[in-house]
Structure formats: structure tokens, C-alpha cells
Design a protein around this ligand. Sequence first.
Ligand SMILES: Cc1cc2nc3c(=O)[nH]c(=O)nc-3n(C[C@H](O)[C@H](O)[C@H](O)COP(=O)(O)OP(=O)(O)OC[C@H]3O[C@@H](n4cnc5c(N)ncnc54)[C@H](O)[C@@H]3O)c2cc1C
Length: 398
Amino acid sequence: MEILISGAGVAGPVLAYWLRRHGMTPVVVERTPSPRIGLGGHAVDLFAPAMEVAARMALDGVLRQSRTELDALALVRRGKLPVELAFDALAPAFADDRHVEILRGELVTTLHAATRGDVEYHFGDSVRSLREDSGGCHVTFESGTTRRFDLVVGADGLHSTVRRLTFGDEKEMVHHLGGYLAVFSVPGDLALPRRTAVYNGVNRIAVVYPVKQTGLARAVLVFRKPGQEHDIHRDIAAQQRFVRREYAGEGWRVPVLLDAMENADDFYFDSLSQVRLGSWSRGRVTLVGDAGFAPGPAVGGGTTLAFVSAYVLAHALAEAQGDHAAAFSAYESRMHDYVRTCREAAQRAMRRAIPSSWAHKAASTTALRLLPRLPRPLHRRLLAGGVSNALSSFTLPG
Ligand SMILES: Cc1cc2nc3c(=O)[nH]c(=O)nc-3n(C[C@H](O)[C@H](O)[C@H](O)COP(=O)(O)OP(=O)(O)OC[C@H]3O[C@@H](n4cnc5c(N)ncnc54)[C@H](O)[C@@H]3O)c2cc1C
């Protein structure tokens, strides 16, 4: 069975690996001109089920070696020392050695290296159109070539092209959570050693962490803002002006971060959005990872979902022995509750992580100070928002 996978981020290569292991033939097409080798991108979390998939791919050791090595959260305060809390005190899932935080770029590089030997990759191309008949899926690529596949899987992220071509315009299924985020590299001395420094404003936070591999640091600005700013899509200067306006007057190192933002060559900006579809399969097409059910970047553990959904889909296809309709149905029913739990956890995390008032901000600081002295079951309710624990609770098939 020949299966086209659109997207070589996280879900795409994991799916390609498992399809090969089950005797199928994946072909991966990726829009970027070359593999995104390197240390770019934000830090992402691999919770227990994703690390279990990685272990079954014999990649858990190399992923552990690449972990970010950040030990604690440091909440910075005006004129006072930061309030610090070790990550393993935040939630049981962080204390678990099956949780790994890693730079997305390093993860993608590792996954590509693990699959490129026996998977056909095409970089610098994308699906232009799809036509399905009883003989399969006939795909025309932007490069002009056409080819037939048995199945097509969209692993092409939040703004998936396969999803648009199969299910329609993203406005119907990409739901704005009422916020935005910007990520970019900043000079290393703006970070605290081995700490994720968090500055809380009202309706906005700024996070800075060191990147040990580059000596630089990464800044993540996350803020609430209802309504979609459609006119700044793809306009980096307009996005940076928008971020500047939202953070005007904020304290700590925020003014320096805003200056650094304009010099960064890896500025990333997007809305905080969730993908919600009743079903993520139609005919011979299905979706994995963010394309099908992004829970919301930075707040919902989308990377764990990407790993797990790719593994579960490949397993369902192998079990169904060529009956793709049965496989897609088994895949969706196995993923359904987990996707819903992650979505809900992400919405909760966003409400809790970004203070909505001065009172909320003060309560967060107090909670962080008291946390080490409270019994463990209270930790989850107070801070971790259940995200990490929800994400750790999935039993893989096979
Ligand atoms: C700033 C930020 C912070 C985040 N923080 C966290 C975190 O802390 N923890 C966490 O778990 N997750 C986090 N995430 C989410 C995480 O990055 C995603 O959920 C995860 O990468 C999803 O993997 P994916 O393979 O589904 O999609 P992606 O990683 O987005 O990969 C999609 C791939 O498809 C390619 N592509 C796109 N369009 C096309 C096309 N038309 N044709 C071919 N290829 C295409 C892209 O170039 C990309 O390589 C964060 C995301 C962002 C943006």
C-alpha cells in the first residue's frame, strides 16, 4: 500500500517510520526546500506516551540526550528575587523521567535521520490538488507532477493544505482561543541559567529560557486578544508592531526583548488556535497531529498528540489489512477521548497560565510560593492545569 504523507514535521516522519515497520510504502512531501536540520523552533514536551513511541523506535536515548536541561520555573517580580519552583515539583508528569523537553528543530532532525534511509522524501513541493476514485487518490503536486496513491495523510500542521483540499476552508475548523504567541531568539544573557523565566503581566506573559546548544535564549510572548487579526497574516513587520503595542509599558526585560525581536531572524507568530473537526477522515484521506486536532500551540502538548496519533494510525492500518475505512474508523475511535481531553486541558491551561487581572496575577505568585509546602494532589489543581497529567494517560495499542 503506497501512502502519501504531506508534511515532514513531527507526525509525518513518525507515521512514515511505523508504516515502513508494518510493511507499507510511505512517500513524504514537505513544503520547505530542505530538511529543517538544526536547533530552530521552540521547546516542546514529549510526555510519557510519546516517549513510549520513541522507545519502540529506539530513539528514546538520543532524545533524552538532547533534552533542554531546564530545571526550574522562575517567576520574576519587580524589585524582588524571583519565586522559583523546580519543574519536578510542578506536576508528577514532569518528575517522571519519561517526560522530555526538547527543541522542535532537534526533534525533527532526529526523526528525519531515523527515517531517511528507507523512506522516499520530496522537499520543496506540496500537494496542489487531490482527486479520488475507486482506483485510489490522484495527486497533482505544485511541481506539476501527478501520481496515484492508495491513501493520503495530512501531517502538514495547523494550516494544513490536505485538510483544506478535503474538508474546506480552515475558517470552519480552526477556532481562535482568544490569544496570540510570538517566539524568537534573543541574546543568551537575557535568560536565567537553567531556568524558564516567566514575567506575568495582565493578559500577557513573557517567557525566556536559555538554549544550551547555541548559547542564545528563546523568548516566547503569549497574550490574550479576542478576535482574529486577519490582515497581519504573513506580514512580519505588522505582526511585530502588533506585539509591540500589546507589550507597551510592561516591565522586567520586556523592552529589551521587544528590541531583540526586530533583529531576530527566526521570528514566529501565530494565533492560539484549536483545530476541531467532527471526523478527521474522508474517503481515502485522513489527518494526523496538528492538521487534525491541534490543541493550541504552547499550551496543549500538540507534539505528544502528533507522536501518538501517527503511531495509532499506522497500527490501525496494519490491523485492518488493506481496509482503510475500517482502519480510519478504529484510528478515530482510539484517539477520540484523548484528543478531547487534551483540548480541554489546553483551554484550562491557557486560562490559568495567563493572568486575567491583577488579582489573578497575585494569586498565581502566591500559589507558586506555597506549592512546595502543599500536598502533591493539590499541585495539579493549582498550577499544572491538568495538561501534563492528561497527556500522560494514554495506553498505546500493540
Ligand atoms: C511557538 C510554539 C510553541 C509550542 N510549544 C509546545 C510545547 O511546549 N509543547 C508541545 O507539545 N507542543 C508545543 N507546540 C506545538 C507543537 O509544535 C506542534 O503541536 C507539533 O509540532 C505538531 O506536529 P505536526 O507534525 O502535527 O505539525 P508541525 O510540526 O507543524 O509540522 C508540519 C509540517 O508540515 C509542513 N507543511 C506545512 N504545509 C505544507 C504543505 N502544504 N505541503 C507540505 N508540507 C507542509 C511544515 O513545513 C512542517 O514541516 C508549540 C507550537 C508553537 C508554534
